[in-house]
Design a protein around this ligand. Structure first.
Ligand SMILES: Nc1nc2c(ncn2[C@@H]2O[C@H](COP(=O)(O)OP(=O)(O)OP(=O)(O)O)[C@@H](O)[C@H]2O)c(=O)[nH]1
Ligand SMILES: [Mg+2]
Length: 305
């Protein structure tokens, strides 16, 4: 171990924990409930998380730095999906613990693919079997866990419910046990590495994803054009980019009704997060084919992994 990382307090621990799994299993929900606040956006729609978000939790001598990742899925050609897969895989480099999340009894080929990606890892892998609150036949759980335990050497297997906060404590304790002895990398009260601008854009994107569900494909991006404090009010302008004129219409809704609702909900979240009054302005613009173009992704900051 590097001497600089050697803490004065021998109980001091710190390290990176990647939460991985196929889309929609509940990775971001887990992170938010571990941290006790909304950091990572969630929805019923798969592939909600696009960016890597760090969530930092310090409890006494232990600092766990969680990395929420976009759901890994079978390779697809579109640039956005490629970038998302890359982000998820790069989260695995240099982590101390991996939490591999699956959806209760629903083991699929996408889980198999994630397992394959974990093969080369030497760090402990904790299997988190999520959404057990949804189990209809409890007696099927044990045999299923037994089947999962044969898939690879897991450090622990923990059935839990991220949403109902069942069994999160044992998970956090297991994570803590596997973190290396080290000084803390972040101040003990810091919760994320992301900027307020980034968080604001994500709040807007979450409301759009939730409002539109399947109506709008994965072709919305949000850019923050203004983020300015005046007195005790934050002035935020966000530009929403869509691929087609029709999508713009759907997003705006009848007489602007939908856009108004998106704005109201996003503003309420921002006021809670930033603990400040927020004036939010939203604009929608059509930018053709951005999800297919690597250059457009770069201009949206999607190249930083
Ligand atoms: N019943 C139940 N639902 C859950 C639980 N955890 C997550 N969900 C729901 O599952 C859906 C997906 O959750 P997310 O946290 O967005 O999933 P994700 O793995 O981050 O998805 P991607 O970012 O798309 O990879 C949401 O509707 C959550 O409310 C749970 O423990 N129980
Ligand atoms: Mg997510």
């Amino acid at each position: 171990m590097n001497d600089l990382m050697q803490p004065e307090d021998p109980n001091s621990r710190c390290g990176f924990v990647a939460i991985v799994g196929r889309p929609n299993v509940g990775k971001s929900t887990l992170l938010n409930h571990i941290l006790g606040q909304k950091l990572s956006i969630t929805s019923r729609k798969p592939q909600t998380t696009r960016h890597q978000v760090l969530g930092i939790k310090t409890e006494g001598p232990v600092q766990a730095i969680y990395v929420d990742t976009p759901g890994m899925h079978e390779d697809e050609p579109r640039a956005l999906n490629r970038a998302m897969n890359k982000a998820a895989s790069s989260a695995l480099i240099d982590v101390d613990v991996v939490v591999f999340m699956v959806d209760q009894l629903n083991w699929t080929s996408a889980d198999e693919m994630v397992l394959e990606k974990l093969k080369r890892l030497t760090c402990p892998v904790i299997l988190a079997v999520n959404k057990v609150d949804r189990l209809e036949k409890r007696e099927l759980l044990l045999p299923h866990l037994d089947m999962l335990s044969k898939k690879r050497e897991f450090a622990e297997i923990i059935p839990l419910s991220a949403l109902k906060e069942t069994n999160l404590e044992p998970l956090e304790q297991a994570v803590g046990r596997f973190l290396p002895q080290s000084v803390h990398f972040y101040p003990d009260d810091q919760v994320t590495d992301r900027s307020e601008r980034f968080m604001a854009a994500e709040m807007v994107r979450e409301k759009i994803t939730r409002q539109l569900g399947a109506e709008l494909p994965y072709s919305v991006a949000v850019e923050i054009e203004e983020f300015k404090r005046q007195g005790n009010t934050l002035h935020i302008s966000a530009l929403i980019l869509v691929e087609r004129e029709g999508q713009k219409k759907i997003l705006i809704g009848d007489k602007g009704e939908r856009m108004r609702r998106i704005g109201q909900e996003a503003r309420a979240d921002m006021e809670r997060l930033f603990d400040s009054k927020v004036m939010l302005r939203l604009w929608v613009k059509v930018k053709r084919g951005w999800a297919d173009s690597d250059r457009a992704l770069k201009s949206l900051g999607m190249n930083d992994f």
